[in-house]
Design a protein around this ligand. Structure first.
Ligand code: C5P
Length: 217
């Protein structure tokens, strides 16, 4: 199976509040997106398409496209610029601590699925509450997963799933949900909480500590 790689890095990073797009904020000595690019290259991807905020250029060695107003729109635009292939892995630049082996694991899980998603088991108890914050239900956490990227797809399936109105794309917080909506089979590949999405200033501090710990002195 030949696989292309999409790195989505076009978010504004509002929740981080760094005054510039999150993917370009320096994390442990280099722009945040470089950590995910390294992981993709270690996993053997050398033709990577990166969705970027308007006006930003792609790091050397990868192709850049200007991203869209929403995450899934950015995926759709980047996918259109990918070389031909049977499969595609989509990864959030914000998940800087991704273990490179996870790309191959999600691709391998496509053997009996249309999509395969990295996800961590729930450790907290999860409750559903109504708008007045009265608890309506306690969910069975043994069946719940915290969904991450990479997400691997059969390419034709993802292209069809993304071929929907902009309003539908805007509601999707991941691409696999669009495949589910189209009736596709999505498999979970167990990952760890360390593959978290660097979103807030707190996440940034934790990621910085973990990445510095990994670097040789
Ligand atoms: O907004 P969210 O946290 O879901 O973003 C996840 C990833 O999607 C980030 O790496 C971000 O840069 C990317 N993104 C994008 N285009 C957007 C919004 C988010 O590429 N319009």
């Amino acid at each position: 199976m030949t696989a292309a790689a999409v790195l989505v890095a076009a978010g504004s990073g509002q929740r981080l509040g760094a005054g510039q797009p999150k993917a370009f904020v320096r994390l442990a000595g280099r722009p945040l997106l470089e950590w995910s690019l390294d992981a993709l290259r270690t996993a053997g991807f050398d033709d990577i398409v990166v969705a970027l905020p308007p006006g930003f250029v792609a790091p050397s060695g990868c192709r850049g496209v200007t991203g869209g107003a929403t995450r899934s729109e950015s995926v759709r635009l980047a996918l259109a610029a990918c070389p031909a292939g049977d499969a595609v892995v989509v990864h959030d630049a914000a998940r800087a601590l991704v273990p490179p082996a996870l790309f191959e694991q999600t691709l391998a899980a496509l053997a009996d699925a249309d999509a395969a998603i990295a996800a961590a088991p729930m450790t907290d108890t999860v409750k559903e509450a109504d708008s007045s914050r009265l608890v309506a239900a306690t969910l069975d956490r043994s069946r719940l997963w915290l969904v991450q990227t990479p997400q691997a797809f059969r390419r034709d399936v993802l292209e069809r799933a993304l071929d929907v109105p902009a309003a539908v794309l805007a509601e999707a917080t991941d691409d696999a949900s669009l495949v589910e909506r189209a009736g596709g089979r999505v498999r979970v590949v167990e990952s760890s909480a360390e593959n978290f999405k660097v979103t807030t200033p707190y996440d940034f501090k934790v990621a910085e500590l973990l990445l510095r710990e990994r670097q040789p002195c």
